[in-house]
Design a protein around this ligand. Structure first.
Ligand SMILES: Cc1cc2nc3c(=O)[nH]c(=O)nc-3n(C[C@H](O)[C@H](O)[C@H](O)COP(=O)(O)O)c2cc1C
Length: 307
């Protein structure tokens, strides 16, 4: 790829987020590369491993209890992405700490752990336990708070749509995470995201990850009904890239906190757009599900030596 003249970053060089140095700036997004335990035994013609050059795998979001996820179908493919309603299917926090985290340590996968909860205090206790378990794990770099799931305590609204709730979750997590990066992942399903990012920054988080999926719906013309049993799902992929770029720009310009850009990044050119707006790192989501080498290929294409 021919790089633009302004491109100077080395995406494989270590860089700092808050108290932590991470090994690279191209990550895989939560929910799109499982727990980072698979794919270690595959190679493509031009690339050794799906993990080659990756700065972090953000693990599938883990909740306090295991979750079976929503009824099928859970994923609708669209011409410009997909709408999913997975329902946070995951092994639960206890199994994650007992089995997944040690396996990630063994494989030396650079890891950012994604957590979701239904109350701010739960974030605090999960982070405390994670910190105790991962304290000596050199490849565990941080926590991403998934603040886009329904808030049981407040009647099912997106957890992260109130600045007060965002601040409470970040503060609860920060008090137990002195030496790892704390990242708040925000919902795009609000008119303005900057007030949420500002609340997260003030409560002590080191960076914002933006964006999560955009509320979407598709209709099956055979039945005249929504395709997904729960009607709505989360729209992701190329179609949301302009929305993601707009939200990222709002946060970078109005809040100034480091931003990890996510949304419709399929290629190095897409990634460059997020870096051009000032993102410190990017994550690859839906593209990674279609091609497990997508993020590694983006690293390869952004390599400075090839410019
Ligand atoms: C199937 C699927 C599952 C996802 N699961 C999670 C999740 O568990 N936690 C989370 O924070 N985001 C989750 N996401 C959102 C992605 O991490 C990402 O923010 C979003 O898809 C936008 O990026 P993309 O357009 O590159 O996919 C999921 C997305 C998809 C498509």
């Amino acid at each position: 790829m021919k790089h633009p003249h302004w491109w100077t970053l080395d995406v494989e060089a270590p860089f700092t987020i808050g108290p932590r140095e991470l090994p690279g700036r191209v990550w895989t997004a939560s929910g799109c590369f499982a727990y980072g335990l698979t794919g270690h035994d595959i190679a493509a013609q031009d690339i050794d491993s799906p993990y080659a050059g990756i700065g972090a795998v953000v693990t599938k979001t883990v909740t306090p209890q295991p979750r079976p996820g929503n009824p099928m179908p859970r994923l609708v493919e669209m011409p410009v992405g997909a709408i999913n309603s997975i329902g946070l299917e995951n092994v639960g926090f206890e199994a994650f700490i007992a089995e997944t985290l040690p396996a990630l340590a063994e494989l030396a996968v650079p890891t950012v752990v994604s957590l979701a909860a239904t109350r701010p205090e739960e974030f605090g206790s999960m982070v405390a336990e994670l910190h105790a378990a991962g304290r000596d794990m050199p490849t565990w770099h941080g926590v991403e708070l998934n603040l886009s799931c329904p808030n049981v305590a407040e009647g099912g609204h997106d957890f992260g749509s109130s600045p007060e709730t965002v601040a409470a979750c970040v503060a609860a997590a920060r008090s137990h995470l002195p030496d790892r990066a704390l990242i708040a992942k925000l919902t795009p399903n609000v008119a303005r995201v900057a007030p949420l990012a500002a609340a997260a920054a003030e409560a002590g988080c080191d960076a914002i990850a933006a964006i999560n999926t955009v509320v979407g719906l598709d209709v099956d013309l055979k039945t005249g009904r929504p395709v997904l049993p729960r009607r709505f799902g989360g729209f992701s992929g190329a179609g949301i890239r302009p929305i993601a770029l707009a939200k990222v720009d709002e946060i970078v310009r109005e809040v100034g906190i480091p931003v990890v850009g996510i949304g419709g990044i399929d290629t190095a050119e897409d990634a460059l757009k997020f870096f051009a707006l000032g993102c410190v790192a990017i994550q690859v989501g839906t593209a990674q599900m279609r091609d497990p080498f997508a993020a590694a290929r983006i690293v390869q294409d952004l390599r400075r030596a090839e410019s």
